[in-house]
Design a protein around this ligand. Structure first.
Ligand SMILES: Nc1nc2c(c(=O)[nH]1)N[C@H]1C(S)=C(S)[C@@H](COP(=O)(O)OP(=O)(O)OC[C@H]3O[C@@H](n4cnc5c(N)ncnc54)[C@H](O)[C@@H]3O)O[C@H]1N2
Ligand code: MOO
Length: 395
């Protein structure tokens, strides 16, 4: 049996990032950049108007009101050709190139238009309403570092930098399999009272996707060692990480480790000093990582959050710690002294702080749905009172 920290260390030693690939920007959302985004052009490329109005020369604005001849128009996408001469103005719109010779843009609300002329007030010390060429960035500027996800906002910056294709890390392939004679597909074939809906694979698959994996769900299998061993070899070929749900404990029909014996399983840890989730195990067969989750749904989801999420994140090109962002939050209610095992309590958040679920049974699924954060209780942590700070993780 190993501690949670030691288990993480052993697991993450196997979390090598996937090779980078080049993909079109419109398919790159959420992927992790393998190379930085460097601007290929300046923004704006030339001086641009920040407002709708008139481009004018300061030298023409000496009186309280100044009559200027409107000699043309500059709209976004079609700039005015030619420069601004003494006594003239150019009608201009937001985003349009500012004609050469213009010093500022006067807002249209502040002028009086009279036929081909415009009456422009003295600008006093008003803003110029001109975005200078390169004031956002210039060609060669680093806009986004490697190693971070392409968020919606970063996709905008990459496109603005005139980039059509980005280098991102490959996504790890995760295959999830649920095992157990009692399991049935939700919504089907629940006639026998000893059948239960298979629920855990849905949560584990979504969690893996959320942290950057490409996920496949293998059809679930009964507790039949021959069939499990037969499926093992085929699954190992198709996945970077294989997640087996159930059969992790010591019962006569708990086969999740033995399922991979023939494939040459090398166990890195088997059992962790934690509650819930003690039966969780991790090993490798060939080049594939195998994570065995306990079947009890709360135990499965907590161990997946603590071990699968950082492994996927690391393989997808992020630092594993980004998936384990422990934060101090105050307790809304007190907690009892902790025992020898490290404990992870599902909790909700309220105005006063975090509040652990009353139901701590590792088979609970209603309390799981209400869990927003996990509270971490180190071995032998003393009793804690409302208002005390505890380590918490987004769930
Ligand atoms: N003698 C001992 N018994 C048990 C120990 C132990 O140390 N000694 N550990 C207990 C702990 S802790 C856990 S957790 C469970 C883990 O058991 P398994 O991983 O072998 O899981 P199963 O027996 O297959 O299932 C447990 C429970 O969860 C339900 N289940 C399983 N898979 C799913 C699924 N995909 N969707 C929904 N529900 C699932 C299953 O029906 C069982 O009710 O072992 C304790 N026993
Ligand atoms: O993982 Mo078990 O469900 O610790 O009780």
């Amino acid at each position: 049996m190993v501690s949670v920290d030691r288990a993480l260390q052993l697991l993450l030693a196997e979390g090598a990032t996937r090779a980078p690939e080049h993909i079109a920007l419109d398919r790159a959302g959420g992927r992790i950049l393998a190379a930085p985004i460097v601007a290929r052009r300046a923004a704006p490329a030339r001086d641009a108007s920040a407002m709708d109005g008139y481009a004018v020369r300061d030298a023409d604005l000496v009186a309280d009101w100044n009559a200027l001849t409107v000699i043309g128009e500059s709209v976004a996408g079609h700039g005015h050709t030619g420069s601004l001469k003494t006594g003239s103005a150019v009608r201009i719109f937001t985003g349009a190139p500012v004609p050469d010779g213009a010093d500022r843009v006067i807002l249209q609300e502040q002028v009086r238009r009279m036929g081909s002329q415009v009456l422009v007030p003295h600008p006093c010390a008003q803003k110029r309403h001109i975005r200078q060429a390169g004031s956002d960035f210039i060609a060669g500027d680093l806009l986004v570092d490697a190693g971070v996800p392409l968020t919606p906002a970063r996709l905008v910056a990459a496109a603005a930098a005139d980039i059509a294709e980005v280098a991102v890390f490959g996504r790890p392939k995760v295959m999830v399999i649920a095992t157990g004679d009692e399991l049935r597909t939700p919504g089907f074939d629940m006639a026998r009272p000893d059948s239960i809906p298979e629920s855990v694979s849905f949560g584990v698959a979504e969690l893996a996707r959320h942290f950057g994996a490409e996920v496949a769900i293998h059809p679930r299998l009964p507790d039949d060692l021959d069939r499990l061993q037969g499926a093992a070899a085929e699954m190992l070929d198709k996945a970077d990480i294989l997640v087996v749900i159930g059969g992790a404990s010591v019962g006569d029909r708990d086969f999740s480790r033995r399922m991979f014996e023939r494939a040459g399983l090398r166990l890195h840890f088997s059992k962790v000093l934690m509650r819930p989730g003690k039966p969780v195990w991790f090993g490798k067969a060939g080049g594939t990582c195998i994570l065995g989750l306990p079947g009890n749904p709360t135990a499965a989801m907590i161990t997946a959050r603590l071990f699968l999420a950082p492994l996927v994140a690391a393989m997808a090109g992020r630092e594993a710690r980004t998936a384990l962002d422990w934060r101090a939050r105050p307790l809304a209610d007190g907690l009892e002294v902790n025992g020898d095992y490290e404990c992870f309590l599902g909790a909700g958040t309220r105005a006063g702080g975090v509040s652990a679920s009353a139901n701590r049974d590792s088979s609970a699924q209603r309390a799981l749905a209400a869990t927003e954060v996990l509270i971490r209780r180190r071995p032998h942590a003393p009793a804690a009172a409302a208002g005390d700070f505890v380590e918490t993780l987004e769930f």
